[in-house]
Design a protein around this ligand. Sequence first.
Ligand SMILES: Nc1ncnc2c1ncn2[C@@H]1O[C@H](COP(=O)(O)OP(=O)(O)O)[C@@H](O)[C@H]1O
Ligand SMILES: [Mg+2]
Length: 318
Amino acid sequence: MKFAFIIDPLAKLDPTHDSSVAMMESAGNLGHEVYITSINELSVVGGKAYAHLQKISLKPVKLVDNHWKAEENWYLLEESTFLPLESYNAVFMRTDPPVNTPYLYATYILDLIDPKKTKVVNSPQGIRAANEKMYALQFPSVIPDTIVTQSKSVIADFLSQKEALILKPLGGKAGEGILFLQQGDRNFNSLIEISTKQGKEPIMVQEYLPSAKEGDKRIILLNGKPIGAVNRIPTGKEFRGNMAVGGRVAQTDITERELNICEILAPKLIEDGLFFVGIDVIGGYLTEVNVTSPTGIREIDLLNNVNLGQDVINAIAF
Ligand SMILES: Nc1ncnc2c1ncn2[C@@H]1O[C@H](COP(=O)(O)OP(=O)(O)O)[C@@H](O)[C@H]1O
Ligand SMILES: [Mg+2]
């Protein structure tokens, strides 16, 4: 089979950490052809989605001292060709947020791919439907107390009912712009002004869950089913658990309650074409549904001695 991956520049990817690289590597190991492109290499010609693509061969990472190790020259690229994306069996849209205007335009180009010919992961309609922070609001029974607003007075009222809050920009990732706010904070006005861009942009405001100290669990769902999980534990000096800000990864299991969250989400994820998703769960509460380029595969593979990339590829290439 032929797989196309729409990714960020390779120089930005860490082969020992990035789930896109893990999936490309698995596809290659399973005997499939892998091609890469990026959102600014997409075109529409004759009503069809086209891209400049390069065939890529990957040198698989190796386990050294219980860590993944990549060779210095970990990939080999061939000449670029301009082809319709429908000539591939599957297209993985794996560009990192922000979901900005060029990103959205790319999803409209991917809309032109006939799903009977080529599976797009995740579906462009699904990516547009699911803001990574706001999508969770559709599952009110499993999320912490949450509001979305740009109003200082609405936030002040919410804070008066809670000991502490977490402020989240709606388009962030990897802990970017996440703020902790507690009652009596002398920076209250300033923090709200900065994060709402002077009241011009709504943010998510969530009750602070003290169990975040024990970790922010990433659960990977494939077609609505959980296939693996990893816990990310904040270091003592940082309240955020994200790996990008130094969160320590730790082996973990999926609890009954977390399985239940996955079951609640599954029908909607499937309906929205969200085939490969990473949810974040803190203390048994759903806090985020990552649909653009969720990570975690390398860490789960290492800690649980599995190969999730292979599971994802096999679920498409059956
Ligand atoms: N409600 C919450 N209570 C406590 N900590 C939180 C809460 N929501 C998020 N966090 C912390 O902030 C980090 C980032 O939050 P998240 O909503 O996953 O956004 P993103 O990962 O996209 O930056 C989490 O890893 C967690 O440590
Ligand atoms: Mg997160």
